[in-house]
Design a protein around this ligand. Sequence first.
Ligand code: FO1
Length: 319
Amino acid sequence: MSGHDGAVLALSGGIGGAKLALGLSRVLPPERLIVVANTGDDFEHLGLAISPDLDTLMYTLAGLSDPERGWGRREETWTFMAALAALGGETWFQLGDGDLASHVERTHRRAAGETLSHITDDFCRRLGIGAHILPMSDDRVATRVRTPVGWLDFQDYFVRRRCAPEVSELAYDGAAQARPHPGFMAALADAGLRAVIICPSNPYLSVDPILALPGVRAALAACAAPVIAVSPIIGGRAVKGPTAKMMRELGLPVTAAAVAQHYDGLVDLFVVDHSEGEITLPNMRVSKAAILMTTLADREALAKAVLTFADELRAESRT
Ligand code: FO1
C-alpha cells in the first residue's frame, strides 16, 4: 500500500486544462485526483497576488467559473473596475468584484507568511472542492516571452497586448531555483499512482513551466504510472488561445504530431482527436478520442477514455 494508490495526477494550465480536470473530478473519487497547476502566469497587479490558472481550476471545479470567458467567476459584477476606471486606475486586466475577493485574501495571507499551496488548499476546502489542487511550486516562477519589442512579462503579452507580438523565445524566470511542490514529487514517485495526464493546455505557456522545475522531467521519465498527454491541437487549429499562432511563430508545424514531438521522451501515449489522420511517432503510442470538450458530458467522456487508455497501458506493462 502507498499514499497515492489509484490516484491520478493531472498537469494543467488554465481554461483548456481545467475542462479535462473537471471531467476527471466527476469520474474519480475526489481524493483520487491531484491537479498540479501552472503558476508561471502568476503576477502582482495593483498590489495583489494573482494566480490565474489556480483560480481558473478552483472556480471550474467548484462550479463557479464563467462559461463564456473561461476565466473569472460566473454572474460576476464589475463595480470595482468601473470605480477604478473613474479614478484613472489601470483597467487592462479585468478583476471582477467576486474574483477580487480571492486576490485580496490571497495577498493578505501571503503577507502573513502562508504559502500559496496552503492558501489554495484552504480556498478549495471552503469552496467544497474534494480534489487536491496544487500549485506546481510555492516558489516564484514567471513566464516571459521574447518579442520584437523585447522580453515581455506574460500578462503584458497575453492580456494587455492580446498575444499580438510575435514570440521567438520563452523563458521561465526562477524555474531553475524553484522547488516543485513536495506533494507533486511524492505522487510522481509513488508506485501506486494510476496515471499522469498532461491536460490539453498550451505546451509552451502552461506545461513547459511545470516541466522546467528541477527534477520534474526526470521524475516523469522514471514514473511507474503511464504518462498520457491530450493534444491541444485539432485539425491544425488550437481549440482556444494562442497555441497555433505561437507554434507558427516558433517555426513549428501546427499539428498534433508537433505537440507530441515536444513531449518526446516524457509521454507514453498521446491522445488526438478522431478527426486526425494516421499519426505514427517513434517513441510513443497514439490513441484517438473525442477531444473537443464542448459540454460537460464531453469532459466526462474524455476523462473516462483517458483513464481507460491508462489502465490498458498499466495492465500491459505488468504482463
Ligand atoms: N484574461 C483576459 O484575456 N483578460 C483579462 O482581463 C483577464 C483577467 C483575469 C483576471 C483573473 C484571472 O484569474 C484571470 C484573468 N484572465 C484574463 C485570464 C488569464 O490571464 C489567462 O487566461 C491565463 O493566464 C492563461 O492561462
